[in-house]
Design a binder for this molecule. Structure first.
Ligand code: C5P
Length: 223
């Protein structure tokens, strides 16, 4: 008896880490497991949405009814998002995108040689920032994981990246962050309103995030 309130919606959800190649055997990445994004994708599909789950490498199975698009680097992720951008009314960016990538991806394995090895990094595109510039009336949701000044940083990101709201969590809070099955977050909107969400499973939180998205969609339709 689940509600099918996302029946006529197309949603892009990004999840997991990105991998930025150093050479054919090595990469730079992070601890993201993709659990939060996969939970949102699963719930959105259950609620009737057409879901594109654009995911970096994870150990998770694609949820039922979800169109999984596997990517590696941030640039791959950006390209695959843009292929489906026009079709989507809602974009939720839970992926932990690497902020920097090696300036060159060597085609041969780098050999062990000197005592020190320097790898030059260059900034990746900020995918969410770029989406914020072209969002129009789409609903755009970001995530922020911080180790300090959570609220302050999240408030700034909502505005800078032109998001409808941001889901912020503190990496050092027990029961929040990477690899856990629960999360404790604050949802911060463009007006700086803060909703403190108590500890809950990532699946419960996924439903709550989708509820907030649908509320904004309906407001948009009325106005
Ligand atoms: O700026 P920060 O990385 O903390 O912002 C996090 C949000 O921005 C997440 O939603 C993440 O998916 C997105 N992001 C992005 N491209 C980047 C870095 C972050 O889309 N290069």
């Amino acid at each position: 008896n689940k509600k099918k309130d996302l029946q006529d919606k197309t949603i892009i959800i990004t999840a997991g880490p990105t991998r930025e190649p150093i050479d054919p055997v090595r990469f730079i990445s992070n601890h993201s497991t993709g659990k939060m994004g996969y939970a949102i994708a699963e719930k959105a599909a259950e609620r009737g949405a057409k879901v594109y789950l654009i995911s970096g490498p994870t150990a998770l199975k694609a949820p039922k009814g979800v169109r999984l698009i596997s990517v590696n680097s941030a640039k791959d992720m950006q390209r695959r998002i843009m292929e489906h951008f026009d079709e989507a009314q809602i974009i939720i960016k839970s992926a932990a995108v690497a902020d920097y990538a090696p300036a060159v991806a060597h085609d041969q394995k780098i050999k062990k040689k000197d005592e020190n090895l320097t790898i030059e990094l260059v900034k990746n595109p900020d995918i969410l920032y770029e989406l914020g510039k072209i969002k129009g009336d789409k609903i755009l949701v970001g995530f922020a994981m911080e180790t300090q000044n959570l609220i302050e940083n999240a408030k700034e990101k909502v505005l800078k990246k032109n998001l409808d709201f941001i889901v912020a969590n503190d990496l050092f809070t027990e029961g929040a962050g990477f690899a856990t099955d629960t999360n404790i977050v604050k949802i911060i909107d463009r007006g700086g309103n803060i909703e403190s969400v108590p500890k809950m499973s990532k699946h419960q939180l996924a439903d709550l995030i989708l509820d907030r998205v649908m509320y904004l969609q309906q407001l948009g339709e009325v106005n």
